[in-house]
Design a protein. Sequence first.
Length: 418
Amino acid sequence: MARDGSRPWEGLGGTISDGIDITMRGVREQLRLAEEALAWPWKPQAMVDGWVRSAEASWKTTRELTDLWLDRAERMIPGRCCGSSSSTGRSTAVRYIESNGDPQVSPPWSFEKVHIQGSALEASYTRLSDLCDRRLNAVVRAAGGDFTFKPIESLHGSSPVFVLMSAYPKFYSLDPVYREYGVFAQKELCYAVPVIKWVEDVPAELGLFLPYLFLDNDWSIITGREVLGLPKMLGSFHYPDSEPSGPAVKVYARIFEKYGRRARMTDGLVTQIQVGDGAPPRKKVPIDPFFGAYEELFTGDAPFVPDDDVRDFLHDRISRIAYSMLGLKQFRHAHQPELACTRCVVEAGVADLKIRRAKLLPPVAVEVPDYPHGSLRIAQELGLRASGGKDGYEARFPYEVECDFNMPIAGLVETPGD
């Protein structure tokens, strides 16, 4: 019987219980012979010791057999953990081996007093569609899914990408074991692509696909990459002395500026945010921590206005916090490096959102240096549309939010290891 009281071996043709019963009958027979021998007036000690050793060995074999069959049974239970396959309905997950100090922190997580400063950049719908096809829809197709992820397409042929600069002063796991570890803190720069899950021609769900994240907490990097599939990288954050908390900031990461056999990694500028001239808009508008001033972005004269059905869908989902974060989780095969051991799209939800304060900010300018022949091609891959020089991009409706929220794991789409 499993720890949760279930019997995972039921329905597997009786092979598990039959195998255990056969071994247990052998154990009981060895013990019976040993007990009879102990009752004899003349005790052949060597024979008794032999029966006891045989019974102990049989009992050890029984325990090993039980563990083996339970492990097999757990892998065959539909919909378990993050190994359930939408194509087969069966679980491919195995039991996780825990170790002390493991930085793969277990979900769900809770975040308090998160300070987010964000804005929307204009990007190419075509480039973002290609990105979704390569990193999300390829997994969906391989799993036999009947839906497709697409970026938001405006009437002008462009799509939004959010650049989010966040400070997390306190977050922790809600898992009973990891909750006892303590609390974490970090700074994070994130590029987020709003996507819609389409079932046939109907918008069904809203998400944020996160292709680029840079942060300064190594535990969070490992957890993000290995648990959620978020491509987190180590970054360093530099603020002006006059504005130690932003929104002006320079973010650096270790990169190859240009590939080559003699090339060495350097600290390359990832993003620079500068405060421009002017005052923030005075009007009060609804502001979401991750979608910003969404009513302003998707209505009126904004460059991201979609058709009426999509606009209504976006307003409904964002206003109800009915969206999730999306990441591509995969691990390279050690012996066949062109293959993946596992590959899935992980959805992490946003729950129990509490906005402490929110406001629009003065204009900001965003610089995103591109390294077309190196390891960091954010502007190129996202198709960012320059408006302020070679690497300068107009930030639409910059905003600031302080909030609390929890992040449970919502679900996934998985393909078997290739």
